[in-house]
Design a protein around this ligand. Structure first.
Ligand code: ADP
Ligand code: MG
Length: 465
């Protein structure tokens, strides 16, 4: 046996991973993605064949390659790297290899993500170049935020300061924020800093530990544009809040632009100092809502156009009609179907799409979400006890959260109104119906409530995982 023949480890790694997926009820996923062939191995390298660069990038960004390399290390005690070769569709397996006709080997370290860029001239090291204004689809749900972001990118420090973009997960907050960064970086060549609130916090703590807080302060107070993502992370982080407050003032006083994102309206952040809260609220606060059908369709079409891929119109419709939660889920469904298409080399039919996406399509109503989880998360959000939320009290501060919890339960579970009544302190089914109706009415005009609701729903869905 060739000393670099890792085929045995390879087989074993795959079979162990498959077993793990099976135990977690995810064998389908395994079967969809772990379909690449072992071609050959060399010194600490395994070469595999994949149908396309897209498929390869997905394998990497979804972490499957890391998982495999990790497993191979466990089994062989050697760091074995996986490299790829792209097999065109015309070729049929098995691949006959001969050394005169070796296809190019692409190390996955060299191209990590799918390139869906309408090219930005200069790439900022902390920003994704595909998060730009050209790739962002405008709809009713986001046009205000989009316009505010454009205005700020073109006139940093002058239009609105700060801008705070809020909304639930996967609705495009990070995309818009980075689009601001990308555009200004190219147009004004300014010192743009992008980071998450979590990294800001960690860096700040690190600077305390290493006695370099001055360096930290200088770095952020010298930014021309400071972009801080996901500031809800700052809740309870008193000292970091304090530091950001001073950074804010320094930048504000010298007309430097700041942009923040948050998963809820600032008014709903807890354990945030009043003075920092008032700073966040000072400029322009804009929200992102989930896209409606037409925008969902337009987003799917845009993604296909950027990727240069084709999917039948009926299939696009199926996704656009059913995947209503957010853009990230929308993209994930599309990606899955594209990968499938490339793998089998033919177009996805409606039946195949239904089959492939069945988990996603049935998720909202069926995902084993417990009433308990809903009640806990809603109660927690409104600072109520679980018992109060379920109980008899009829004060206003309990009533609304209770109605919201009922509404969400009605949306996310299969419980009947009678069953729900029982779960909410033995109430009548008409009470449940009345509550749902009330929230429905409120949602028509209250956009703050609607983003709160979206945030709650995302958290509830996360909770069950
Ligand atoms: P958030 O930060 O709000 O959680 P992201 O900005 O990460 O959401 O967006 C999730 C994904 O959806 C990203 O890939 C982003 O490019 C995409 N996306 C969101 N909104 C839009 C849009 N309006 N047009 C095109 N792509 C979008
Ligand atoms: Mg984000």
């Amino acid at each position: 046996m060739d000393i670099w023949n890792y085929n045995i480890f390879w087989q074993e790694a795959l079979s162990q991973i498959r077993e793990d997926y099976k135990i977690n009820g995810k064998e389908q996923e395994f079967l969809l993605w772990f379909t690449f062939d072992f071609l050959e191995s060399r010194d600490r390298i395994i070469l595999v064949a994949v149908p396309s660069a897209f498929f390869r990038d997905q394998l990497i960004s979804r972490g499957y390659i890391n998982l495999l390399e990790h497993k191979l290390f466990e089994l062989s005690g050697t760091q074995i790297k996986i490299e790829f070769t792209i097999r065109s569709k015309a070729e049929t397996s098995p691949i006959v290899k001969d050394s005169s006709d070796t296809p190019p080997v692409l190390s996955h370290k060299s191209s990590l993500t799918v390139d869906i860029t309408s090219p930005v001239d200069k790439n900022h090291p902390q920003l994704r170049s595909d998060y730009n204004f050209k790739t962002f689809v405008i709809g009713d749900n986001n046009s205000f935020a989009y316009n505010a972001a454009c205005a700020v990118a073109k006139n940093p420090g002058k239009a609105y300061n700060p801008v705070l973009i809020y909304g639930g997960v996967g609705l495009g907050k990070t995309h818009l924020m980075q689009a601001i960064g990308n555009l200004s970086y190219n147009e004004n060549n300014s010192n743009i800093i992008y980071l998450t609130a979590e990294n800001f916090t960690n860096e700040f703590i690190q600077s305390i530990n290493t006695n370099t807080t001055n360096k930290f302060k200088n770095k952020y107070r010298n930014a021309d544009i400071l972009l801080i993502d996901d500031i809800h992370f700052l809740q309870n982080k008193t000292e970091t809040q304090e530091e950001l407050f001073h950074t804010f003032n320094a930048l504000y006083d010298s007309y430097k632009q700041m942009v923040f994102t948050c998963d809820r309206p600032v008014s709903e952040l807890k354990n945030l100092s009043d003075r920092l809260r008032s700073r966040f609220e000072r400029g322009l606060n804009v929200d992102l809502q989930p896209p409606k059908y037409e925008t969902r369709r337009a987003i799917l079409e845009k993604k296909l156009e950027i990727l240069g891929k084709h999917i039948d119109s009926a299939v696009i419709d199926l996704i656009a009609e059913n995947v209503v939660s957010n853009v990230r889920d929308l993209e994930a469904s599309l990606t899955k179907l594209i990968a499938y298409t490339e793998l089998v080399g033919k177009n996805v039919t409606l039946e195949i799409a239904q089959q492939q996406l069945k988990d996603t399509l049935s998720a909202p109503k069926q995902g084993n979400i417990s009433i308990d989880a809903i009640q806990k998360i809603v109660a927690d959000h409104y600072n109520l006890s679980f018992t109060d939320l379920k109980g008899k009290k009829r004060t206003k501060n309990v009533m609304l959260p209770r109605q919201i919890a009922m509404y969400i339960a009605r949306e996310l579970t299969e419980y009947s109104t009678t069953e729900l009544g029982a779960e909410f302190g033995g109430r009548d089914h008409t009470t449940v119906m009345h509550s749902c109706q009330k929230i429905d009415d409120l949602l028509k005009s209250d956009t703050v409530l609607s983003s709160t609701l979206n945030a709650l729903v995302s958290r509830i869905k996360e909770y069950k995982k």
